[in-house]
Design a protein around this ligand. Structure first.
Ligand SMILES: [Zn+2]
Length: 466
């Protein structure tokens, strides 16, 4: 496809607009217009002054996770035979190490380039179209088997010889906490899938063991990762880009939780000093959306444990660079004074951001979001959209009006630290769309794989400090 701005595409575009049929169609359209100047001035008044961060300390480390999906034809002879893969970058930034990438006043471009190359700690691959794997009957079954295998694989384990340190075991921890009574197990060694992908019998219980497991009804192989239900969107002969994107969305949120689980078990004190950055809103969409509730429960449990040790809640930030909220912010930005903060409430969102969409009865994002979106304009005039985990483990607790409570600054104990961190990385985050690369600009960044060095590294750093 020609790039935007290329002559070919421009003239093609104006031809289309001139087409009488398209003209007639456009005349019948109503546009969702941006808010007027008057409205913008009014809504800027709903923003508050950002809280002071003077007495707040920065975290010692940041872990940033960022994925990118790819789909490729095997070769030119077989254009409809496709594989998909997801590169998932995870870096650890040592915020106390200023020496890092800087050479005198300047950032060493070779170090940054190297990081960009290394920014692929994990690669997950799946069949996309017209490929079967290892004797499986369909693309769908191959897709299921391969996802499960890679969740359990050594590449996701903190200890190579211990399958219980795998990403799949982290999934068991989340799935066992599933809020749906019929599908939660309350035991992290067991999870339920709602139905067998082959015969639809269910629910079925699976155990956290490396050995194959089979449906009690049809005898077909079933996998713990079937609980993510990505397989429902996989077809045999068409591109499975949608399923690949879905898998990436899930991984971008599961990987931080995977690290948290490990630290919570091995070094809870360190956990209080790490900020986790993820790309996009704190939400899981599609057939795996249920897992957002388990994440809320899990984060709440870990924070309760930290509190017992006198450690503040974990800092997890979802930074949004694109999407409807960011588009909206681009419209209103010039009306916002500097140093302003706003927790987007449902009233505002449905009026100005999702105009025309019917408000959800239970509140925005009831089925998908585990964190609150904030719009923040720094004192130097750069505007960010970021999310912080909701301070509750459930959206429908008795006695709590969630829709009101979720937008109160005082409910977010880590809000000031989040702002301090955004301020700290301000210009890099603003200019660079890839969070790990942005954060790494002025610091030493270590490309992370769960296995091996990470805990040693943090432990040593922690010891040095004390
Ligand atoms: Zn079955």
């Amino acid at each position: 496809m020609p790039y935007e701005g290329e002559l070919a595409s421009k003239s093609a575009h104006s031809d289309i607009i001139k087409n009488p049929e398209i003209q007639a169609f456009l005349n019948e359209c109503q546009y969702l217009t941006p808010p007027s100047q008057e409205e913008c001035e009014k809504l800027a008044g709903r923003f508050s002054e950002a809280p002071s961060t003077e007495n707040v300390s920065l975290p010692s480390f940041a872990i940033a996770v960022d994925g990118s999906p790819y789909e490729a034809s095997l070769d030119d002879q077989l254009p409809s035979t496709k594989i998909g893969y997801i590169k998932l970058g995870a870096v650890l930034i040592d915020l106390e190490d200023f020496a890092g990438l800087k050479v005198g006043k300047y950032v060493d471009p070779f170090r940054v380039a190297q990081l960009q190359d290394n920014n692929s700690s994990f690669t997950f691959f799946v069949p996309s179209a017209n490929i079967r794997w290892s004797g499986k009957q369909s693309v769908r079954d191959s897709f299921r088997a391969l996802i499960d295998r890679q969740f359990l694989d050594e590449k996701t384990r903190f200890k190579k010889d211990d399958p219980n340190t795998s990403l799949r075991t982290t999934l068991f921890h989340l799935a066992s906490r599933r809020a749906d009574e019929k599908l939660g197990t309350g035991d992290p060694t067991k999870l339920k899938i709602h139905k067998c992908p082959s015969c639809e019998f269910g629910p079925l219980i699976l155990e956290d063991i490396p050995e194959p497991q089979y449906c009690t009804n049809c005898g077909g192989e079933i996998y713990p990762t079937d609980c993510l239900r990505i397989w429902e969107e996989v077809s045999d002969y068409q591109s499975n880009q949608a399923a690949i994107n879905r898998l990436m969305n899930i991984l971008e949120h599961l990987i931080p939780i995977h690290y948290m689980r490990y630290f919570a078990d091995q070094a809870p004190v360190q956990l209080g000093g790490i900020a986790f950055f993820v790309d996009g809103p704190l939400a899981i969409f599609g057939t795996a959306a249920w897992i957002h509730r388990s994440i809320m429960i899990y984060l709440h449990e870990i924070n309760a444990r930290l509190k017992k040790h006198g450690i503040p809640p974990m800092l997890m930030i979802g930074l949004q660079k694109t999407g409807q909220v960011v588009d909206h912010v681009n419209f209103i930005d010039r009306f916002l004074p500097d140093n302003r903060l706003f927790a987007i409430d449902d009233d505002y969102r449905y009026k100005y951001i999702l105009a025309g969409r019917e408000a959800s009865k239970n509140g925005f994002g009831f089925e998908t979001y585990y964190g609150q979106d904030f719009i923040y304009k720094t004192s130097t005039g750069r505007t960010f959209v970021f999310g912080l985990p909701y301070p509750y483990d459930s959206k429908n607790q008795t006695g709590v009006n969630f829709i009101k409570e979720k937008v109160k600054f005082e409910n977010y104990l880590q809000l000031q630290r989040a702002i301090k961190l955004v301020n700290h990385f301000e210009s890099d985050l603003y200019e660079n769309a890839v969070i790990p690369v942005a954060l790494a600009h002025h610091y030493t960044a270590i490309s992370l794989q769960p296995g091996g060095r990470i805990l040693d590294l943090l432990t040593k750093k922690g010891l040095n400090k004390s």
